[in-house]
Design a protein around this ligand. Structure first.
Ligand SMILES: [Zn+2]
Ligand SMILES: [Zn+2]
Length: 271
């Protein structure tokens, strides 16, 4: 008899759309184990609330790049953690992992959004980490940040997360096909790939459906989860049609959750 399996990690998509938020999709947003958030899009608060996630439970925020659909929600996240934290008696620190200079950028964004309001909170309850790799304190994960191919002025990066069990998840951020992703793909069990443009757009800064299909052929053993999708959701009628992609590639929808068991099996729970 097989030993019962136990869920050891959970990857939830609080949004799965590109910068245009196509019909039925909010901006791409991923949450690992309920405490590790990748990016903070403008509507980060409603996206979290839609799926029962409280801003105060976030311990780590990892920034992929400086495009607005990935960081403009940061002031709202900090505002909520401060004010609602006071009301609810919660004041855990959040660790913000970003490129050198990121603290200044995000502090300015807060000052532009809520002048004279958030500076004390940023000093008191935010811990800034500009290292390119390390442990994610109080979690079962370590991370590595690596450069990807996207608008260069945004300092585009992806992250590879390694679980204490050895399982590896690569989050490619916004990126077209690139060597850094290729090099890490054979060692990755799960790959979160963006698909920001349709096939008629040939861009070095995004994957289109043909790029994703070719990527899958090169890396057939990885589970590929497509997010930052240009196409509408399955329940929407307006917008670009959902493209056909090979088996082994899953186009996630807002709210989908991947459960990972201690035996290394995955199951995708649709919202
Ligand atoms: Zn984007
Ligand atoms: Zn971008």
């Amino acid at each position: 008899m097989n030993a019962p399996t136990r869920v050891v990690a959970e990857l939830r998509f609080l949004g799965s759309g590109n910068a245009f938020s196509p019909p039925g999709r909010m901006h791409a947003l991923a949450l690992l184990d309920g405490t590790i958030l990748v990016d903070s899009p403008p509507t980060v608060l409603p996206q979290m609330r839609s799926f029962g996630v409280s801003p105060s439970q976030i311990r780590h925020l990892l920034v992929t790049h400086w495009h607005a659909d990935h960081v403009f929600g940061f002031p709202f996240l900090i505002l909520d953690r401060w004010k609602m934290g006071e009301i609810n008696g919660e004041s855990e620190k959040i660790n913000i992992h970003c490129r050198p200079g990121g603290k200044e950028r995000l502090t300015k964004l807060c000052e532009d959004g809520f002048p004279g309001t958030l500076s004390k909170e940023l000093e008191k309850n935010c811990s800034w980490n500009e290292e390119e790799s390390g442990e994610l304190e109080f979690t079962d994960w370590t991370f590595e940040r690596f450069p990807v191919s996207h608008t260069p002025a945004t300092e585009p990066h992806g992250y590879r997360f390694t679980h204490k069990s050895g399982l590896s998840i690569m989050h490619c951020g916004d990126s077209g096909p690139c060597k850094e992703i290729e090099n890490r793909a054979p060692e990755s069990d799960i790959i979160i790939l963006e698909m920001g443009v349709p096939d008629f757009v040939d861009s070095p800064h995004h994957h289109n459906p043909s790029d994703v299909s070719e990527f899958h052929l090169r890396h057939p053993n990885a589970l590929i989860l497509v997010t930052h999708n240009f196409a509408r959701s399955k329940d929407s009628v307006e917008g670009f049609e959902i493209p056909e992609l090979p088996d082994g590639v899953v186009q996630v929808e807002d709210g989908d959750c991947l459960e990972i068991s201690d035996s290394g099996n995955f199951s995708l729970i649709k919202k």
